[in-house]
Design a protein around this ligand. Sequence first.
Ligand code: ZN
Length: 187
Amino acid sequence: MPAPGFIVKFPDSCLRRRTMTVDALTDAIRELCGKLGDAMLAANGAGLAAPQLGFSERIFVVDPVVAGQPEEHPPLVFINPEMVWLSTETETRDEGCLSFPDVFVPVKRALKARIRATNLNGEQFEMEAEGLCARAFQHELDHLNGKLLIDYVGPLRKQLIRRKLKRQAEGQADDEQTEKPGTDTEV
Ligand code: ZN
C-alpha cells in the first residue's frame, strides 16, 4: 500500500489490478472518497481513480471546475460508475495521467459522454458531459478497468514512455524530450 495521498506511478501493478464494486457506503468508503479528492486537488489533476492511490474500489473523482461547478464545490464522486452513452462524434487531444508524470499522448475519445453512478449519499445519478469532462469520465473509467494511457500508443512510443518513467523513478534528469510540455490535462 503506498503512503497516504501518494499517487501510484506506472508500472506499479496496482494500476492493473481487478477492481471491486462498492456494496455499501461505509465510513471507510467515505474516507477513501475524501482521500481521492484531496490527492487529486493537491496534484492539480482533472480526475483521479481509486487504483491510483492503491485501492481496488470502483470509485473515481472529478475536479469540480472540470465538471462545470464553482471552484469551492467539493470534488465530484462517482461510485460504481457505468457509461450509459458515448457520442459517435470523437475528438483527439493530448491526454495526461497523474500516474504517468509529464507524459502526454494523443487519445481519441468520444466528445460527449453520459455516465451513471452513485454519490456519497447513496443516490444514483446520471451526468452528461462534453469535452474535457467527458474525456475525464472515459479516462477514469479506463482506470477502473485496468486500462492505461500507455495502451493507446504504438510499440515505439510505449518503449519511450517506459524509459522516461524509469528514469523519473530513479531520480535521473529527464533529458529526453519525448513529450510536449505545457498541456494541462492530467487525469
Ligand atoms: Zn489517469
